[in-house]
Design a protein around this ligand. Structure first.
Ligand SMILES: Cc1cc2nc3c(=O)[nH]c(=O)nc-3n(C[C@H](O)[C@H](O)[C@H](O)COP(=O)(O)OP(=O)(O)OC[C@H]3O[C@@H](n4cnc5c(N)ncnc54)[C@H](O)[C@@H]3O)c2cc1C
Length: 387
């Protein structure tokens, strides 16, 4: 079995791994990217991804933005508390941006990136499952299955963008995990009132209900307990819409149609540190967050962008301790803040304790009356901890 040598091997051709490969297209480095699944063209993933304005700028620089087929701008975010007072409304005008964010379907991003990757001069293998990862101070080594054969490759740097599947095999990094005992139920929703660019986040005792504008209708991400998720997934459409209406209220008129429903178990996972010898973890492999604040992919995209920046600025020794330290230090605040912010939102808003309900009602009302505070929050959500 022959070893093939690269400057960089990216394990995982999800959106974050692909974004990194595309960001390195002019670097002159030899790059191999391996994806376990078959061609993304066939892949259906109905998750809505809310991109921040900052992510739009990165996707434009990667040449992906223009090829996304359906992008719906969010011009207003409406946050409210079910069964209590308090709400905050944030508009794009208050932050001087054309939109606070954009909603795109996960599989559209996947396909656009897959297509773009074709012209980037990287070695890109699908149906290539990495089974073993090792490293020392000189290089990283992998074994993977492709076309029924075991192959091997080495590189100056291994990037794990595999969503966290191989983390337990990496020496020197610790994975922290917390199961929220919640599921996200995702589907498309047609309402009797048209969508006007408003994204709704409504906090209920079971968990938040997010209705994101998508095309003419909405995309729903409804967080509930695992047992309620099973119940909701088994309802017929009219029972499901009645149940949603009861939780969400009348703000959008009637809920008149729903597409196929999917469920995703939710947990918080993150690793410390995000680097090991000749290895770096990015995207969901570094931090998997609850979708309540729509931060996961946005953070992962910034991981990819900043890592590419570090590599391009010192291409002579990709994966050296100095580059890895610079990357780690750069990402620490953004990643930590995204994680703490998201986790606090889940804990503060996913319960019906009377005292907490009053505090969050007051918090939402206070935020609504303080434009500088609103701008502060909005900028962090759009561009990360460094605003
Ligand atoms: C319901 C829901 C809604 C969400 N909404 C938002 C949102 O609005 N905004 C937002 O920013 N984020 C959102 N997220 C988070 C977002 O989906 C993730 O952060 C993003 O998909 C992570 O991308 P990734 O490439 O890091 O990981 P993944 O998407 O997990 O990709 C990892 C890839 O690695 C491949 N792989 C795994 N193991 C191997 C192996 N051994 N060998 C080769 N390949 C391998 C997998 O096949 C996969 O394609 C949401 C998540 C959920 C669940």
């Amino acid at each position: 079995m022959k070893f093939k040598r690269y400057d960089l091997i990216i394990i995982g051709g999800g959106p974050v791994g692909m974004a990194l490969s595309i960001a390195l297209r002019h670097s002159g480095l030899s790059v191999l990217i391996l994806e376990a699944r078959s061609s993304p063209e066939k892949k259906e993933d109905p998750r809505p991804l809310a991109f921040s304005y900052g992510s739009r700028l990165i996707l434009q620089r990667l040449g992906i933005w223009e090829s996304l087929p359906d992008v719906t701008p969010i011009t207003t975010i409406h946050i409210s508390n079910r069964g209590g007072f308090g709400r905050t409304v944030l508009t794009a005008g208050e932050v001087n941006v054309p939109a606070l964010g954009y909603v795109v379907i996960h599989h559209d991003v996947f396909r656009a990136m897959h297509k773009r990757l074709g012209g980037c001069g990287v070695d890109y293998l699908t149906e290539a499952q990495v089974q073993q990862v090792e490293s020392d101070t000189e290089e990283g080594r992998i074994k993977f299955q492709h076309n029924g054969k075991t192959r091997q490759a080495t590189a100056d740097l291994l990037v794990l963008a595999d969503g966290g599947r191989l983390t337990r095999h990496i020496e020197g990094v610790t994975q922290h995990a917390h199961d929220y005992h919640q599921w996200a139920v995702v589907t498309g929703i047609e309402t009797s009132l048209p969508q006007c660019g408003v994204a709704y986040e409504r906090f209920a005792a079971e968990g938040p209900i997010a209705l994101l504008p998508l095309g003419r209708y909405f995309s729903l991400v409804w967080t509930v307990s695992p047992s309620m998720a099973q119940e909701i997934l088994s309802l017929d459409d009219s029972e499901f819409l009645a149940c949603l209406h009861k939780q969400f209220g009348d703000r959008l008129g009637k809920f008149i149609g729903a597409s196929k429903r999917s469920g995703f178990p939710l947990s918080l996972k993150y690793v410390t540190p995000v680097t090991a010898r000749r290895i770096v973890l990015i995207g969901n492999a570094a931090q998997t967050l609850h979708p309540v604040a729509g931060q996961g992919f946005n953070l992962g995209l910034r991981d990819a962008w900043e890592l590419a920046g570090e590599i391009i600025s010192t291409p002579s020794d990709v994966g050296s301790p100095m580059i890895l330290k610079k990357y780690r230090d750069k990402r620490q605040i953004d990643s930590g803040a995204g994680r703490v912010f998201t986790d606090s939102l889940v804990k503060l808003f996913s319960n019906d304790d009377f005292l907490l309900q009053s505090i969050r009602g007051m918090g939402l009302s206070a935020l609504d009356c303080l434009p500088p505070a609103k701008r502060f929050v909005a900028k962090r959500m759009m561009f990360g901890a460094r605003g």
